[in-house]
Write a protein that binds this ligand. Structure first.
Ligand code: NAD
Length: 556
């Protein structure tokens, strides 16, 4: 008999509404969020199971995807499905407080934790790259990063430009799944931004989703549009087609009037960064056929790109690394000043991490945008004193285009996330929301990641590379009742450079869900507070004291 045909790509979309397709809402939620990650509105390359961030995938292959869907539909309330790098490898009897899914993605033993070995194993079909929220099924499209990017540019405005980006020009590159948030985040802060990308589809897609305003015909056209808008103090985002490794040095040489420079090309993965001199049309083929040569050329180009960023810094611009490891790659290519500018976390975000603040997000399993509108109102009622939160929620409600299941994100801290989660659960119970919601977060959070080029860069006590924290984070989320928990390696900044964990908890309106939510959404951000207390941050100490977070070494 002929072998069964391998299942192949097909359009995937999560079911909507209150009809269960699994045995309970915890399983249904995992199933819908896995499918939602691959919805063509959400995923960058759904046919390849790639959700975002270079090659961040939701499932290893289509057979694994089918097996996960099948298993989740039938999974009982006291069972747990185990996922090893995008493939379901077991179902175990656990208990109702246990997660319904446990996920480990892309993990490699230290000495083997590099792209070369990862690619070898990936080619053998043994692993996949999970990024952060791709393989842990809580990616909500570009909005997810929009809020964090908005916060970062707001912090830049506060630090250097009197609280607004009006009258400034930002230069950046990368309009992919995450980088695509940059134009809207800058215009939300009233600034002008030029965004370079070598893929015309990325530019068109951001315009279609209303994250990007216009497309320039040439570099000169982009600069003309930018300076006119800047002088009129009008927000404007401009897409510019080209290679950042060529365009940034050119713009520096011509003395372009740039105030802020950053980058979100997929520099964490040298096979996803277009080297100078390579046509975009040939990129995929060359990366596949000549990976070693491609890597070398990409790194050399990144060195030129970073050198231009340093040049802008020397000329007085505010320059920061946006968490894509481009400084590390430029250094590997031999550029000695690669780390002359800081990463965005030590520059702007760490004080928020000390308060357990981070990217709290939720999605409406009903598929009904009205459910998100109701949760938006609930957040504003719960935290009336927080002005920047209110500003964000208002703009998000007006300007964010939903991709896939309607979802919302806002940064909340220790003592806030549990309140929001419990309110959502009550709203499901009372029927104010038409179906359950899932509550999760990015792995880029206050206490869930070890990433010395990003979240844990320049820790006060030098503990940047200590990776016990994300493992403790995952364990405490399992112990507290999360619906699914994941441990990944290499997200954001690439192989060998990060270990991080995530959790998602379902608010299905039951008393049990309420109990779980209270614990998970207290303990999860609590990890951020204790991690920063341990590293010696005064602000974290104050927060721990004010909000009764127990730290044994501070007691007795
Ligand atoms: P993506 O793969 O979806 O998009 C990358 C984009 O860069 C693509 O559109 C590609 O065409 C473009 N590009 C590649 N090489 C280029 C070049 N030489 N010149 C111009 N454009 C080029 O990736 P993404 O999800 O948008 O993520 C981008 C990077 O940002 C990743 O490294 C990711 O890890 C990092 N990231 C950082 C944060 C953060 O903490 N700030 C959050 C998420 C992602």
């Amino acid at each position: 008999t002929a072998p069964a045909a391998q299942p192949g790509p097909r359009p995937v979309r999560a079911p909507r509404g209150t009809q269960l397709t699994a045995r309970g809402w915890q399983q249904e939620a995992a199933l819908r969020m896995l499918q939602n990650n691959l919805d063509p509105e959400v995923a960058e390359h759904p046919d390849k199971l790639v959700v975002y961030g270079g090659t961040g995938k939701a499932a290893r292959d289509w057979r694994s995807f089918d097996a996960m869907v099948r298993t989740l539909r039938d999974l009982k309330q006291d069972e747990t499905m185990l996922v090893q790098s995008g493939r379901p490898v077991g179902v175990m009897t656990t208990h109702e407080w246990a997660p319904r899914v446990l996920i480990a993605n892309s993990n490699l033993v230290g000495d083997w934790a590099n792209w070369e070995e990862f690619r070898r194993l990936e080619a053998l079909g043994l692993t996949m790259y999970g990024q952060m929220t791709a393989g842990s099924w809580i990616y909500i499209g570009t909005q997810g990063i929009l809020q964090g990017t908005y916060e970062t540019f707001a912090a830049v405005a506060n630090k250097r430009f009197g609280g607004t980006l009006a009258g400034t020009i930002t230069l950046t590159a990368g309009l992919g799944g995450m980088g695509g948030a940059q134009p809207l985040a800058v215009t939300m802060n009233d600034g002008v931004v030029i965004c370079v990308d070598c893929d015309p589809r990325a530019i068109d897609r951001r315009i279609e989703h209303r994250y990007l305003d216009v497309k320039a015909d040439s570099l000169e056209h982009a600069l003309d549009l930018a300076t006119k808008a800047r002088d009129a103090r009008k927000p404007l985002s401009i897409g510019l087609l080209g290679n950042a490794a060529d365009l940034l040095p050119r713009m520096l040489a011509m003395g372009a009037p740039i105030d802020i420079v950053t980058d979100q090309t997929s520099a964490h993965d040298p096979l996803a960064y277009l080297p100078s001199g390579v046509d975009f049309a040939d990129m995929a083929r060359l990366a596949r056929d000549e990976p070693a040569d491609f890597t070398l050329r990409a790194r050399e180009s990144m060195a030129r790109h970073v050198e231009a960023m340093v040049g802008f810094m020397d000329a007085g611009a505010e320059v920061f690394d946006y968490g894509n490891s481009i400084r590390g790659e430029a250094q590997l290519a031999g550029y000695s000043r690669a780390f002359a500018f800081p990463g965005f976390v030590p520059a702007y975000i760490r004080p928020l991490f000390c308060e357990g603040r981070g990217p709290f997000r939720w999605a409406a399993l009903s598929g009904d945008p009205k459910d998100i509108a109701a949760t938006d109102r609930a957040i504003l009622e719960l935290f009336p004193e927080n002005e920047s939160l209110a500003r964000w929620m208002k703009m998000a409600g007006e300007r964010v285009h939903f991709q896939g299941l309607p979802a919302r994100i806002c940064w909340l801290g220790y003592g806030e996330r549990d309140k929001a989660g419990e309110r959502f659960n009550d709203m499901v119970a009372s029927g104010e929301l038409s179906a359950p919601v899932v509550i999760g977060r990015d792995h880029l959070d206050c206490g869930s990641v070890a990433s010395p080029y990003r979240e844990t860069e320049a820790m006060l006590d030098g503990s940047d590379a200590i990776a016990d924290w994300p493992l403790l984070n995952a364990m405490v989320n399992v112990a507290s009742g999360a619906s699914w928990v994941s441990i990944h390696h290499g997200g954001g900044v690439g192989m060998g450079r990060s270990i991080h964990a995530g959790q998602v908890t379902v608010a299905d309106g039951t008393a049990l869900a309420g109990e779980k939510i209270r614990r998970v959404l207290t303990n999860d951000p609590g990890m951020g507070v204790i991690r920063h207390v341990d590293a010696g941050y005064d602000r974290a100490d104050e927060v721990a004291a004010e909000r009764a977070v127990r730290v044994p070494m501070r007691e007795g």
